[in-house]
Design a protein around this ligand. Structure first.
Ligand SMILES: [Zn+2]
Length: 446
């Protein structure tokens, strides 16, 4: 079973994440978000109502939501207006009538304004959340930015299903995570409705508005892939995006069926400098749709999105895995030997140095050497020790146990112990925790 920290029974302003103590809230479990956004892209303005359906996990007189900026107009709990107060990114709802543990309730928050991204200690190079650049409205929310555009329980330990209803002028196109279920137009405005029926962490929700064309392709197994590319793009973009179905088929062989109802990529018309694996709709810039990056974000749909860390300190389970899986795909795609690819990675890291991925600080959340590359080498060292059959059995068993929920290093090491041996556990631990990088087990030496 997926493991998770004990559910706090008292309302609280955080769930005890070791990097983000105020992210998430205690006292309730969200089942569903209904996010209704009326967006005016020219003004970057939002007029919105987000309704959460939740279950109380303790007796509640108050509870907190994570919400940053914007003007809150009203809060209604089960249709009855409630008092609220705000302090930084915490919003406290004061209930007129207490909610008993186990009771289901709805909270509807009406709000408006110009959303602002927020500084995040884990992403010092980019404020996270809602942005507008060159006429495009876009969200990149990992880890904390979801609270800049909808009120929520902002931690991966509380996944929920989602519905998005997005109203924009007819002159632009809206896209969101999930399956497009409905599209209607009236008075120069178009409203699209999107369903995410699989559990999703708050940071993986995304909304885009701009001048896009929608293109569709399919995997051999029939999965719909819908891509959004800037209108009048060079047709070479579509050739580059055609790698995605192959990458998904490759990872289905390793980890099992693709976890969601749909996949696709949105390509920004401006340089972004990174890509991000929103659930079912990764964002890439034009310079970031090479086979490795496409494969890396596709791999996250299994490792990161379906199987999600229960504490942000565990992020090597997202990025070390996605880096290794991306390298496996590219080695296969280009006919390279994975041993020589990983030997190259190792030689690079010996020169640059790499902190242990299991002992990072929040500032190292996306450290490419510590988290991505040493994380991937951790997996490759395990594979060299166990052989391919046991190694891929470990990857698949771990994914199966965490799919749709959360994971952590302890769960992974327990599976390594069960399917391999104590020596394999020690090897993985030395890669994850030793200050010095261990020696590589095989392959060309320096
Ligand atoms: Zn990644």
């Amino acid at each position: 079973m997926p493991t998770a920290p004990p559910e706090p029974v008292e309302p609280s302003a955080g769930v005890g994440d070791s990097f983000y103590p105020l992210m998430g809230n205690g006292g309730y479990d969200v089942l569903h978000y209904d996010i209704d956004l009326d967006i005016t892209p020219s003004a970057n303005a939002l007029d919105a109502v987000t309704t959460l359906t939740a279950v109380a996990t303790g007796d509640l007189d108050t509870f907190n939501l994570d919400f940053h900026g914007l003007e809150v107009e009203t809060v209604a709990v089960d249709g009855v207006e409630a008092e609220f107060s705000r302090d930084g990114s915490e919003m406290t709802v004061h209930l007129a009538a207490a909610i008993s543990s186990g009771a289901q309730f709805t909270v509807a928050v009406a709000y408006s304004g110009i959303p602002q991204p927020v500084a995040d200690p884990g992403v010092p190079f980019f404020p996270v959340g809602w942005h507008r650049t060159d006429g495009m409205v876009y969200t990149v929310s990992q880890p904390s930015g979801a609270m800049t555009w909808y009120p929520n329980n902002n931690h991966p330990t509380d996944k929920a299903t989602f519905t998005f209803q997005i109203t924009v002028p007819d002159s632009v196109t809206a896209a969101a995570t999930g399956l497009l279920a409905d599209e209607t137009s009236a008075d120069g405005q178009t409203t699209t409705t999107w369903h995410m029926d699989d559990p999703m962490a708050t940071y993986l929700a995304a909304v885009y508005v701009g001048d896009f064309e929608r293109h569709e392709q399919q995997t051999d197994s029939g999965l719909l892939i819908r891509d959004y590319i800037p209108r009048d793009s060079d047709p070479s973009i579509l050739r580059d995006l055609a790698v995605a179905p192959n990458a998904i088929a490759f990872f289905e062989e390793i980890l099992g069926p693709y976890p969601f109802d749909v996949y696709g990529t949105i390509v920004t018309p401006f340089p972004l400098g990174f890509a991000l694996e929103n659930q079912t709709l990764s964002i890439h810039d034009r310079y970031g749709i090479d086979p490795y990056i496409i494969a890396h974000e596709a791999a996250h749909q299994w490792m990161g999105n379906s199987a999600t860390v229960d504490d942000w300190s565990q992020i090597w389970l997202h990025e070390g895995f996605a880096h290794y899986l991306g390298l496996l795909f590219v080695a296969d795609f280009h006919g390279q030997n994975i041993e020589s690819v990983m030997s190259g990675e190792y030689r690079d890291l010996v020169v640059t140095g790499a902190s242990p991925p299991g002992g990072i600080t929040v500032q190292q959340l996306f450290d490419p050497n510590a988290v991505y590359r040493r994380g991937a080498l951790t997996l490759h060292a395990l594979r060299t020790h166990t052989g391919d059959d046991v190694f891929f059995d470990i990857l698949r068993t771990h994914y199966d146990q965490a799919a749709g929920g959360t994971t952590n290093t302890e769960l992974f090491l327990g599976i390594v112990y069960d399917l391999a041996d104590a020596e394999a556990v020690s090897l993985v631990e030395s890669w994850l925790y030793d200050p010095e990088m261990p020696g590589i087990v095989s392959g060309p030496t320096l």
